[in-house]
Design a protein around this ligand. Structure first.
Ligand SMILES: Nc1ncnc2c1ncn2[C@@H]1O[C@H](COP(=O)(O)OP(=O)(O)O)[C@@H](O)[C@H]1O
Ligand SMILES: [Mg+2]
Length: 168
């Protein structure tokens, strides 16, 4: 079975972090993940969930000025990009982005369209939009690797549900 895209309703900030954590379990082999959505859509919040699941303990700030924040977590090199302030996609060449986008690394990119033409294409895209008081996340796979990440995402066991009180 091949899955084109999946939708998740994220009712609050905690749900976005949880979703990031769930996604991280499927990303341990590395991937290129684009995070789309306007300012405040929840891209950095989702990234925080991914990084926490991989073992990062501290805060996560969007690297708006430095463009990229590197992590080494659970034996995985993770690069969190925020290209909001990127003036020209060519600047990515000077940063040496080829060294980041290696097969075995996990690259998460906020504002990927700012790097159009230079960035490699993603395995997975997550589109975040405001939906009521929460967010809607639409996850799209565009490579075979992305497809298998989606597959793994939907076959993950759901979080343990709280037990319902018993009625005697
Ligand atoms: N599912 C959600 N429902 C409501 N608010 C959310 C949700 N996910 C994140 N937020 C809130 O949205 C705000 C912006 O989040 P942020 O991750 O910084 O956005 P972005 O990186 O896309 O600009 C934060 O205040 C965060 O608490
Ligand atoms: Mg951000």
């Amino acid at each position: 079975m091949s899955v084109a895209d999946l939708r998740f309703q994220l009712t609050d900030e905690v749900a976005t972090v949880d979703f990031g954590r769930r996604l991280a379990k499927s990303l341990r082999g590395g991937a290129v993940v684009f995070l789309q959505g306007t300012l405040g859509a929840g891209k950095t919040t989702l990234t925080r969930g991914v990084l926490q699941e991989l073992g990062h303990a501290g805060a996560v700030k969007s690297p708006t000025y430095t463009l990229v924040e590197p992590y080494e977590l659970s034996g995985l090199k993770v690069f969190h990009f925020d290209l909001y302030r990127l003036g020209d996609p060519e600047e990515l060449e000077y940063m040496g982005i080829r060294d980041y986008f290696l097969e075995q690394n996990l690259c998460i990119v906020e504002w990927p369209m700012r790097g159009a033409g230079i960035l490699p294409s993603p395995d997975l895209s997550v589109d975040l939009t405001v939906s009521g008081t929460g967010r809607l996340a639409i996850v799209t796979a565009s490579t075979r690797r992305g497809d298998s990440i989606l597959q793994s995402l939907i076959t993950q066991p759901l979080k343990t549900q709280p037990l319902k009180p018993k009625h005697e």
